[in-house]
Design a protein around this ligand. Structure first.
Ligand code: THU
Length: 140
């Protein structure tokens, strides 16, 4: 198997592990994410819901905020796995708009988003998922 493909699969496995920690009593939708830093380290995250719904944090942002809090700023890819809690995910879980915006703060258009429908890998770039992004460059 190509090395890049093996790395993506390994990242998905980390996302699946993180998904086990999902706190989703309101939606019953469990998500895990694994963020690959340029230095090779991986930060995982799960969604963390709240009775005040707007305080909910998606798995992707949990991973990003953990990484940034540790001083990481350069990222290569993120794997995302989501679906009904207690079941194997069978559909792609694409990042929400807020998470795409957080990605755009730290990542270029070639940042890779790795998803799966349970059968095959699906790869998109940030440029594909958030074209014409408003980002740090707009405020310079
Ligand atoms: N969620 C994520 O964590 N990531 C996504 O990409 C989509 C949605 C979470 C938020 C909420 O806890 C639940 O999934 C249902 O929206």
């Amino acid at each position: 198997m190509e090395q890049r493909e093996a790395l993506r699969l390994a990242l998905l496995e980390r996302a699946k592990e993180a998904r086990k920690h999902s706190y989703c009593p309101y939606s019953g939708f469990a998500v895990g994410a694994a963020l690959l830093c340029a230095d090779g380290t991986v930060y995982a995250g799960c969604n963390i819901e709240n009775a005040g719904f707007t305080a909910t944090c998606c798995a992707e942002r949990t991973a990003f905020f953990r990484a940034v809090n540790d001083g990481k700023r350069d990222f290569k890819a993120i794997a995302i796995v989501g679906g009904k809690a207690g079941q194997e995910p069978a559909e792609l879980c694409a990042p929400c708009g807020v998470c795409r915006q957080v990605m755009a703060e730290f990542c270029g258009g070639d940042f890779e988003i790795v998803m799966t429908d349970g059968k095959a890998l699906h790869i998109s770039t940030l440029e594909e998922l958030l074209p014409l992004a408003f980002g740090p460059g707009n405020l310079q």
